[in-house]
Design a protein around this ligand. Sequence first.
Ligand code: SAH
Ligand code: SF4
Length: 348
Amino acid sequence: MPTSRYLALLEAPFPEREDVIALLSPSSDEEKAALFARAHAVRRETVGGHVHIRGIIEISNRCSNNCLYCGLRRGNTALARYLMRPEEILACAKTITDAGVRTIVLQSGEDRRADAHEIADIIREIKARTDAAVTLSLGERDRETYRLWREAGADRYLLKHETANRSLFARLRPSTDFDVRVRCLRDLAELGYQVGTGNMIGLPGQSLADIADDILLCRELAADMCPFGPFIPSPDTPLSHAAAGSVELSLLTIAVARIVLRTVHIPANTSLGTLDPDAQRRALLCGANVIMPNFTPYRYRVHYRIYPKTLRETPPLEGLHRALEIIRAAGCTPATDRGDSVRHIPPA
Ligand code: SAH
Ligand code: SF4
């Protein structure tokens, strides 16, 4: 039986740090089942039972940073670098919207040489040709660049804080600064973006309290979307021999985040699916309500190796079909709207 204290925490309107840590550590399978059931109920009450699909295009794997955990780090000379041409990105965007997907995510390494105006032109063109929302995930840039992209029509920005533990952040992300990253997130929100931030689970040296702090930072920043996904060791990085993050802890984090953060969008991460083919379905049953299939052309995708993934040359819609299969297996249905943050939907 779940303890009455644990059951009370599941209903707490504004859990404090100690409560979040306790929620993350159910003491029995029954408590875990109660957590997942509560998270699923909160998800249905707050963001509904549908699942939003976002189509990802990995537009470039060039990166100026040297994050210890990531295969795209500039120190990885084993990786062939690419930058998709604007017309290739636009063709890929068309594939996404033709398939009925209404959010396009443009992701890349943090490439300080990338031309901000060229990216603005691509955003403008996508917005002119489609009715899709555009999410950017291009790393840290200055406020003026974020403004330029917002004015070009970008709707959302995904910039994970990665870990709220400052010393871990400093160790894992040399020559970047936690305060700058948080400043970026605040700038983005002020500029009217729907903002996504979150963490990696199972980073070497990360504690349960750190994960609680990650969830609470999302609350403090009033994030609109919150990806929490397991760390996966990547070859040709300093952490290649570290252990992967736990799928079970990632699911617990998603469930607790749903209870604490309520209305946010939470993806069933691809990294979860990489570690365990059934984990994304399970995530959709314990709080997650988003899935992000990859539409990057195969010839580029093989080089976007943040972490190793099993890749077969597949038809362009294979990722979408797999996402639809997972949604069906979870007993859910795909959403038909753009899936904006509830805070950003104008009242009728
Ligand atoms: N360069 C941008 C966006 C691309 S990286 C940025 O850093 O924000 C996208 C995400 O990949 C990062 O936010 C990080 O959380 C995740 N990531 C990087 N290395 C990873 C790894 N080894 N395992 C799991 N996720 C990883
Ligand atoms: Fe570059 Fe992002 Fe990877 Fe860091 S996580 S090395 S910024 S792509």
